[in-house]
Design a protein. Structure first.
Length: 189
């Protein structure tokens, strides 16, 4: 799972934080796409990122495109921003005396994802719910469990002569960006 997580995280960290180049020649996070910022994490910048995702146009064959109309669900942060992210999304983590109402941006536990591969301690990203707008696709040949082939029965020469148990582990996986619309990234200078 850590290997798979690292490969997915590399989409957010490659190309100096701009992400991989897409078929149009521009990186995943690009100013003209409207999904790249440089603001530090705060309640207002989280709302701005969520609003940017919400206002993206859907892909349609013809006619005018409606809005994507999905708010950001997940906040991806380095370890140094985890508490800040939790205070933004989980109102019971905030210890302010002047809280008079519920936080309308309230998330569910698990919506703040700590990404070990985020090496810049200030960069963060927002993502819409992948069940509603899949932006990254993980394709696996045999599912999450790798294929394991064992040559360890009593008739195997290695087992019989050397007391060796030989096994082969194969895991075929393909990870790619399907759509830039469900993401917003802040590369804070």
């Amino acid at each position: 799972m850590r290997t798979l997580s690292g490969k997915i995280a590399s989409i957010f960290t490659s190309n100096s934080g701009a992400g991989p180049l897409l078929s149009d020649g521009d990186p995943l996070f690009y100013a003209s796409r409207g999904n790249l910022g440089s603001s530090a994490l705060s309640t207002s910048t989280w709302e701005a990122a969520s609003s940017a995702i919400y206002n993206k146009s859907m892909l349609v064959g013809s006619g005018s495109a409606p809005k994507l109309a999905l708010d950001a669900k997940y906040l991806l942060v380095p370890r140094s921003l985890r508490l800040t992210g939790m205070q933004i999304l989980y109102p019971n983590m905030e210890h302010s005396a002047n809280i008079f109402s519920e936080n309308m941006q309230r998330g569910e536990y698990g919506d703040v994802i700590t990404v070990p591969e985020f090496s810049d301690s200030n960069d963060w990203a927002a993502a819409a719910d992948p069940r509603l707008a899949p932006g990254i696709v993980v394709g696996e040949r045999f599912g999450l469990t790798p294929e394991i082939i064992i040559a360890g029965d009593e008739n195997s020469p290695a087992m019989f002569m050397n007391d060796e148990l030989r096994l082969k582990v194969r895991h075929f996986v393909s990870i790619f960006v399907a759509d830039h619309r469900p993401f917003y990234k802040n590369n804070v200078a």
